[in-house]
Design a protein around this ligand. Structure first.
Ligand SMILES: [Zn+2]
Length: 123
């Protein structure tokens, strides 16, 4: 089991007992280290640490990966969303619903569960 460190830049400044390490005379508060974390794709031990990271690096990260400068658009071509309903027999039925035209198309359960299956074109 490999342990990893919380990526929060201020994690060590939150002075909880579990972060306190070392013997008397050489005690330090340290960045949390765990096999897994629950926040930010398991990179952060807490929402605070995730927010600290974004506060410190967020603008640079957005500039690096591409800042959104115009609206993205959901059109008739990419507005198909998987959903389900119940028929009169209380069976679950899967459908593709176009959120703009409200057209429905039948969907098999396998297609519904297949995260790669789409009839959308474009983002
Ligand atoms: Zn942390």
């Amino acid at each position: 089991m490999t342990l990893k460190y919380c990526q929060g830049p201020k994690c060590h400044t939150y002075t909880t007992q579990d972060r306190l390490k070392g013997m008397k005379g050489s005690k330090t508060f340290q960045t949390r280290r765990r096999s897994d974390f629950y926040y930010g794709n398991s990179n952060f031990c807490s929402l605070n640490c995730q927010n600290d990271w974004f506060g410190t690096y967020g603008d640079r990260a957005i500039d690096h990966y591409g800042r959104t400068t115009e609206p993205k658009k959901l059109t008739e071509q990419n507005a198909w969303q998987k959903t389900y309903d119940w028929n009169s027999n209380d069976d679950r039925i899967y459908v593709y619903l176009n959120k703009i035209t409200m057209e429905q198309r039948p969907l098999t359960e396998a297609q519904y569960r297949d995260t790669n299956y789409t009839i959308n074109t474009g983002e």
